[in-house]
Ligand binder design. Structure first.
Ligand SMILES: Cc1cc2nc3c(=O)[nH]c(=O)nc-3n(C[C@H](O)[C@H](O)[C@H](O)COP(=O)(O)O)c2cc1C
Length: 363
């Protein structure tokens, strides 16, 4: 058996990368060009989460990425869901901030003034992607219009969608998506569910096995993977690629606040849970005071309203290094992280070597 024989899969072929290992995208300003470029330069697929960027800034970022690495990379967007509010009215804003008043008071912050809010327009973001032609366009929370998928294919852009259960995987394949990410409930960040409630997401192992048993398109496993053992296990279940988020979040190239990165290595990272407290959408993070206080709240407004209502609290937490009001995104693999992997390129090389080691030992 030759070393890295496992690396030649339909995923590495489609992505045109030496290794089928993906640095998962981070939305909301946590991705950086340096992170994606370091991973792509090391032979994996670096990703940039750009859902929060208006089209002009997305365009500038894609140009920067292309200049920073000559290798393939992915850009990631969030498909708008039908039930998602488009903005927030003054009454909902005032009621929402009033509920959070004790938190604003504790940080010595004034309650924010009402301002109209809106998310960037998805169709305009897609126009930018089609124009810039990154090797890979990945998306979550649904499936773009068939015309968009057809246009990606025509332009040589590989499409990647995320599934949290078998129904979503089947829907992605039926729509003509090229690759499906099996996003297990262990994963850090938001649950990308779109056909079933987020807390019903299947775990990475059974989800990967179910999807690879039924789908014809290749599957990438994501959620709770942190080293060669996890990647090898995913391959044993039929995956042709592995996507890691939390492990790359902890590297120096990520834009996670320093206190967040520090928490990933702490004992508190052993206790993660799904919460709607920070954004209105279920995501996995380390338990902290804010998360615990809102754990049983039934009046949290939907995404993106809660995201806007908590924005000043989270910004103050990041600035002051206060972990109790930050969304400390983390997957269940966080306790497996090693402090010596501070550089994203070095982490990618470790993952390749460690997967070699595990698979060689098994053979
Ligand atoms: C801070 C953070 C932000 C994330 N944002 C996105 C995103 O915008 N789009 C997306 O497809 N996945 C997003 N993810 C999921 C990751 O790309 C990846 O699939 C996941 O982290 C894998 O699980 P792991 O954290 O257990 O390794 C995010 C994850 C984290 C930790």
């Amino acid at each position: 058996m030759t070393k890295t024989h496992w690396a030649r899969t339909r995923v590495s072929e489609l992505f045109d990368t030496p290794y089928p290992i993906v640095q998962g995208p981070f939305g909301g300003g946590v991705s950086t060009v340096a992170l994606a470029a370091a991973v792509s330069d090391a032979g994996g697929l670096g990703s940039f989460g750009g859902h929060h960027l208006p089209p002009e800034r997305l365009d500038a970022t894609l140009r920067e990425l292309a200049a920073a690495t000559g290798r393939p990379f992915a850009v990631n967007l969030w498909v708008p869901t039908e039930d998602q509010p488009r903005g927030i009215d003054p009454e909902t804003f005032r009621a929402g901030t009033a509920r959070l008043q004790p938190w604003y008071d504790a940080l010595g912050l004034p309650l924010p003034e009402y301002q109209p809010q809106a998310l960037p327009d998805f169709d305009s973001q897609v126009e930018v992607v089609l124009e810039r032609r990154p090797r890979v366009f990945s998306f979550v929370f649904g499936i773009p219009d068939p015309k968009v998928l057809a246009e990606c294919r025509r332009r040589g852009i590989v499409t990647v969608g995320a599934a949290t259960n078998l129904d979503e995987g089947r829907a992605l394949e039926a729509a003509g998506v090229d690759v499906v990410v099996a996003s297990g409930i262990e994963a850090g960040g938001h649950r990308p569910s779109f056909l079933r409630p987020a807390p019903d997401s299947v775990s990475t192992g059974p989800l990967t096995a179910q999807l690879t048993s039924v789908l014809s398109v290749p599957v990438i496993a994501a959620g709770g993977l942190a080293d060669g053992r996890g990647i090898a296990a995913a391959f044993a279940l039929g995956a042709e690629g592995a996507q890691l988020g939390t492990a790359f979040l902890a590297t120096e190239q990520s834009a996670a606040p320093a206190v967040h990165r520090e928490m990933l290595f702490s004992d508190r990272a052993r206790h993660t849970t799904l919460t709607r407290a920070f954004s209105g959408r279920h995501g996995r993070g380390i338990r902290n005071e804010f998360l615990d206080a809102l754990a049983d709240a039934s009046d949290i407004p939907p995404y993106p309203q809660q995201l806007w209502l908590t924005a000043p609290l989270r910004a103050a937490g990041a600035e002051r290094g206060d972990p109790e009001v930050l969304f400390l995104y983390a997957g269940q693999g966080a306790p497996l992280l090693r402090r010596e992997h501070t550089d994203a390129g070095q982490l990618l090389r470790f993952l390749v070597a460690d997967t070699d080691r595990v698979l060689t030992n098994l053979a």
